[in-house]
Design a protein around this ligand. Structure first.
Ligand SMILES: CCCCC/C=C\C/C=C\C/C=C\C/C=C\C/C=C\CCC(=O)SCCNC(=O)CCNC(=O)[C@H](O)C(C)(C)COP(=O)(O)OP(=O)(O)OC[C@H]1O[C@@H](n2cnc3c(N)ncnc32)[C@H](O)[C@@H]1OP(=O)(O)O
Ligand code: FAD
Length: 675
């Protein structure tokens, strides 16, 4: 077999797809090491995929779209039990990256009965439980002796945590907290795996001691009997019903009726309540929000992966789908030849790379903050909160848009569940809502930006943190894009900085101006909030560009560097065109400069074309993980679409009961009445 740079090539594949892979200019294993941020992790992903491929018991018994919700939950529980049993043969113990990949391969993205256990319950106990509490609960949780979730959101409140209605009232006499749900709107609503799977939850409730409200605090709460799994007395619990997607996860409701837990079930790593009710406050008021910050930090990578699922499916399919001619004397072309198709897909391929590079930086910062907080240093918490709030919002928004573009790029077959696009979209778009609704989280970043703007305006730019230092710098009078003989990324970065700085200072001016005119602070804030959120988006998009630049600068392999540089060119030109209103409105960029940017964009679409399939192959998703007939690695789409349709439950019989019962009599009576 010939050695190819693209490691996805196999004999017998659809020749149209192989032809794409042969034109790739770089080694896809090496690119995977960039994507997964380490050669070792990329290799381990492949090894795990190979192990799973050899174990049919870990494969889907039939395509997910053909299963009912109940069947999916049963099937997922079966596989979850198997991977728990064989975990140590497949992944390194307690390696969360490997576990994430194992779950995606075997269980898929629709969730599973222990999704929240890993994503939030264990992280909450790790960060917020005292050592003594960890000895009691964390080891059991890691061993999966108990199943837990994170129950914060209520029917009436998800965003505004200060107004949660669930109360935890301290009873000094018995040294217990009494959990209570006073109203319907105070029912916990949405927590994943609360409905049917979990027997414990980290519950967020307003803590009252001697009549004083101490705000939201986290408690370890038993929900179901460990042996019978029946709800404990005083607990009302169940599933909230089907959702747009993510239906293997049993999101649930939960009510408490004067339900008592020991004082020592308050998570006490940073906060304490003494037996006499004395409250010991934490070193940072929001320290108990750490499980949310954990997910926000990791979901950037999670979103990039889901975007890349859709792009892998659409790009491979566009290489085997032939429709129409560009030159009428030639045969029908692959739809990937159309510039419109390239323009639909390639900028999102670039964004997916940009997001995964930004995601790696975010996780690194998160891990640093976690270590520092453990030693009592909370100085970086605000920076991490601002960064993750912006990134989760911007990345989930563009991820959903990109998946929808990828679906439409697959024409009619993209609308079939055989493509798996609707599930990928449904799961990914949830990221715009969970872990903080996007507008709300952008406003959190805006608070940080406004404080930074105020430093600039009061001549204290030297106090700006590294993420916002550019706000204090002076702009050139106009952008130097296309005004220097060797326009490079520096000119683009300066232009993005100018745009983000101008919008931030302008939005802050509006806010401060309204207050100077006598508006109360929250009213002035609300009246400026659209402009403030624009600033947050521009700031975050600048950060993403900079993270991409930083990564490309680090890459040593010249072939990888070249293609990543092409992608970065595509990214900066596409982004600038997309936000050109901001660039044009103060004349920083002229229309002739934008023409240059447009030409560059078209140039890089064409330059990337031969590497398009290799760029998506580099994410190294197996067919099992993608679960898409259109996205198959071998490109044999049509025969498998036919096989998929034949396997549809509706095709088990030629005549459905609905026809026997209704359609036949209807037609018969119509015929009879005609006689
Ligand atoms: C390899 C490992 C793999 C791990 C896998 C991880 C992810 C996988 C990726 C993909 C997964 C795919 C699918 C997943 C599917 C399902 C989803 C799973 C989980 C979802 C779970 C949830 O949704 S849990 C509920 C989340 N809820 C929220 O996010 C609520 C949003 N609201 C808030 O956060 C807050 O209410 C608020 C921040 C809006 C306001 O808080 P409040 O207490 O009212 O604040 P104020 O009193 O107004 O003070 C604001 C003040 O506080 C600062 N601040 C706020 N938060 C923080 C923080 N976390 N850290 C530091 N500082 C914070 C804020 O900046 C303000 O400061 P200033 O006053 O100085 O401006
Ligand atoms: C798939 C999924 C999984 C979830 N898993 C969990 C879980 O495991 N545990 C858990 O506790 N929760 C979970 N949630 C709940 C989720 O975290 C909340 O739904 C989310 O935080 C949004 O809160 P909300 O529903 O109250 O929205 P709302 O706050 O009611 O939002 C409605 C609208 O009001 C706007 N709005 C609200 N407040 C403001 C404001 N201050 N300024 C400007 N606009 C505002 C929003 O932007 C939005 O447009 C999950 C949700 C989903 C969809």
């Amino acid at each position: 077999m010939v050695h190819h740079q693209n490691k996805a090539i196999r004999e017998g594949d659809n020749p149209d797809l192989t032809a794409e892979r042969v034109t790739g200019t770089f080694d896809t294993h090496s690119m995977a090491a960039q994507i997964y941020n380490s050669e070792a992790h990329a290799r381990r992903r492949r090894e795990i995929t190979e192990i799973i491929a050899k174990r049919p018991e870990l494969h889907d018994t039939k395509p997910f779209p053909f299963m009912t919700r109940e069947e999916k939950i049963l099937e997922s529980s079966r596989k979850l039990t198997l991977i728990t049993k064989h975990m140590n043969e497949i992944i390194e113990p307690n390696n969360s990256n490997e576990m994430f990949h194992l779950n995606n391969e075997v269980l898929g993205i629709e969730g599973h009965p222990m999704a929240l256990h890993g994503i939030m319950f264990i992280p909450a106990l790790t960060a917020q439980a005292s050592e003594e509490q960890q000895k009691k609960w964390l080891t059991r949780a890691i061993n999966r002796e108990i199943v837990g979730t994170y129950a914060q959101t209520e029917l009436g409140h998800g965003t505004n945590l200060q107004n949660l209605e669930t109360t935890a009232t301290y009873d000094v006499a018995t040294q217990e907290f009494v959990l209570h749900t006073p109203t319907i709107t105070g029912l916990k609503w949405w927590p994943g795996n609360l409905g049917k799977s979990s027997n414990y939850a980290v519950v967020v409730a307003l803590m009252f001691i001697k009549g004083k409200n101490y705000g939201p605090h986290t408690f370890m709460v038993p929900l179901r009997d460990e042996k019978t799994h029946q709800p404990l007395k005083g607990i009302t619990i169940g599933d909230i019903g089907p959702k747009i997607a993510y239906n293997v996860t049993d999101n649930g409701f939960l009510g408490f009726d004067h339900y008592r837990i020991p004082r020592t079930n308050l998570l006490m790593r940073h906060t304490r309540v003494e037996p006499d009710g004395t409250y010991v406050k934490p070193p940072h008021a929001k320290i108990n929000y750490s499980a949310m910050v954990h997910v926000r930090s990791h979901m950037i990578t999670g979103q990039a992966i889901m975007l890349s699922y859709a792009l892998t499916i659409a790009t491979r399919y566009s290489s085997v789908r032939r429709q129409g001619q560009i030159d009428t004397t030639q045969p029908e072309v692959k739809v990937l030849e159309y510039q419109t198709q390239q323009h639909r897909l390639f900028p999102y391929i670039a964004r997916a790379y940009a997001f995964v590079f930004a995601g790696a930086e975010t996780v690194k910062l998160y891990e640093r903050v976690l270590e520092e907080v453990a030693t009592g240093n909370v100085s970086l918490m605000a920076d991490l909160h601002a960064l993750t709030s912006g990134l989760k919002s911007v990345v989930s928004h563009y991820t959903a848009q990109g998946i929808e573009q990828a679906r439409m790029a697959c024409g009619g077959h993209g609308y079939s569940q055989a493509s798996y696009m609707s599930e990928i979209f449904g799961v990914a778009v949830g990221g715009c809502t969970y872990e903080g609704e996007n507008m709300v989280m952008l406003l959190q970043l805006a608070r940080y930006l406004v404080k930074s703007a105020s430093l600039v305006k009061t001549g204290q730019s030297s106090k700006l943190g590294p993420l916002v230092a550019y706000l204090g710098a002076k702009s050139d009078s106009t952008s130097l894009i296309d005004r220097t003989p060797t326009t490079g990324f520096a000119e683009y970065v300066k232009t993005f900085q100018h745009i983000a700085r101008r919008q931030t200072l302008k939005a802050a001016d509006k806010f401060f101006g309204l207050m100077e005119k006598g508006e109360k602070r929250p009213i002035a804030w609300n009246k400026s909030s659209v402009e403030l959120n624009r600033a947050s988006r521009l700031h975050t998009r600048l950060y993403i560009v900079e993270a991409f630049v930083r990564r490309v600068e680090e890459v040593a392999d010249p072939r990888l560097k070249e293609v990543l540089t092409d992608l970065l060119h595509l990214h900066v030109n596409y982004e600038l065109l997309d936000m050109s209103t901001y660039a044009l409105e103060d004349g920083f960029v002229s229309s002739s400069q934008l023409d240059y940017v447009r030409d560059q964009l078209y140039f890089y679409l064409a330059k990337i074309r031969p590497n398009a399939v290799s760029l998506v192959d580099s994410w190294e998703f197996s067919d099992q993980e993608l679960r898409s007939v259109l996205g198959r690695r071998d490109g044999h789409v049509y025969e498998n679409l036919f096989a998929w349709a034949k396997a549809s439950p509706l095709n088990k019989t030629d005549v459905l009961p609905s026809v026997d019962k209704y359609l036949k009599p209807l037609m018969e009576s119509a015929r009879a009445s005609k006689l």
